[in-house]
Design a protein around this ligand. Sequence first.
Ligand code: SF4
Length: 505
Amino acid sequence: MKVLKIDQEYPQDFMRVFLDITNLFFEDTKLAKKDMTPDLVVHFNHYTDEHFTIIADATLQVNEQFYKSHFEQKFETEGTDKEQKIRLKRALSHVLLDTLEQMTEIKQQWGILTGIRPTKLYHKFRKAGLSDDEIHDKLTDEFSLTDEKISMLNSIVKNQLKTIPDLDTIGNEVSIYIGIPFCPTKCAYCTFPAYAIQSNRKQGKVATFLDGLHYEIEEMGKWLTEHEMRITSVYWGGGTPTSIEADEMDALYKTMFDSFPHTETIREITVEAGRPDTITPEKLAVLKKWGIDRISVNPQSYTDETLKAIGRHHTVQETIDKFWMAREAGMNNINMDLIIGLPNEGIDEFEHSLSESEKMMPESLTVHTLSFKRASEMTHNKDKYKVADRKTAEAMMHRAHDWTAEHGYTPYYLYRQKNILGNLENVGYSIPGEESIYNIVIMEEVQTIIGLGCGASTKLVNAETSKITQYHNPKDPAAYILTFEDAIHKKIQALDELYGFEVSK
Ligand code: SF4
């Protein structure tokens, strides 16, 4: 942990950015309070000259060492107060990042970008009419991104527009997320709503949760039908939606198809079957019966010791067997997730995971980087888990990039997370034409996503202003059971307000 002191006052949002940038280099940086001795002291100096050029300097002091940086950027106009504030924040971020890079000799590939959706920024510039070259220059000069990351963003954006040609107008449709909060066991890195299915079933919570979920789907279906809303995609996530029994899945899909309007025009339905130990021939037959053929079977790693260490309670062989079982049952679009940086894994283990993937060639491969989420078991007991250093994690990510390109995959969505190993990213790769529509619309925040079930977030996107309002269903089935009726009606009211319909009582 480091203590950071900025030796003059800035607004809170500036301080948050300074902290985020410092955290790219050091874990858990804290801003210095009165009684703390700082490890890093930063002095900024800045002004804007009469030609609207912003000039910023930083001096970073670490013990007796000083690191200095200078930044200048010329603008055409004076800009509004808000624009001036953004310019200043960016200029100070630049010089701070530069001094920290000098000190640590670590080059941050994402520059001063600390947000989780860099592709959204690329789309924003594209929609403003900038050419690829202009966007490249902007991302280099104003955000310090490396060429490698810019080129990755460029191919992702192109891929997204090929997959969803109406991406810029898809805000007139909605997508649906449905959360089933159960799993066989909880993985050590997980903070999703994932409650042990067996004990919850014994306590009757699975049945009552499912009753509530049927009700939510039916009520939302009535609203969608009444307002003739088109659904772009439906995503069953969780937890693991295949943790429940085949007849329970069947009943839910029946409710979905009976309740939702125009189901024949839904472009994609995905069911996460992430845990191979939940997949059975009966459940695959149910998926097939309802015409659902996009699923996820997630190996995470092809090393048994790793699976044990992260608490997954299934073997590598089970992943492989269940993949082929799903393939034979007619699942034509299978995604598999791998995670870079799992405990005790280095290049060799990752290389092994890639060569096992080669035998199956799933339609899409999502490469995550381990992130230490606050509430996960792994973060609470960090000392117990030995994970790859920054350089090794970077090398693995490069390998994933090269391997996917060599095997005909292209990247189609990307997101970053806080406390992610090596300040890397998560990238979804797919064989062209097999991209997940849901992953794109959720990541780019181009349309409203209605969340039903446990832990589901509803994201209301105002297509005109791009303003986003969120509504969260409870994560815990016990809390959900008590609140779902109220929750669905509040969501419907919020949707009425968003679309300007007469508000339901
Ligand atoms: S399978 Fe997925 S949702 Fe379930 S515990 Fe593991 S990471 Fe969490």
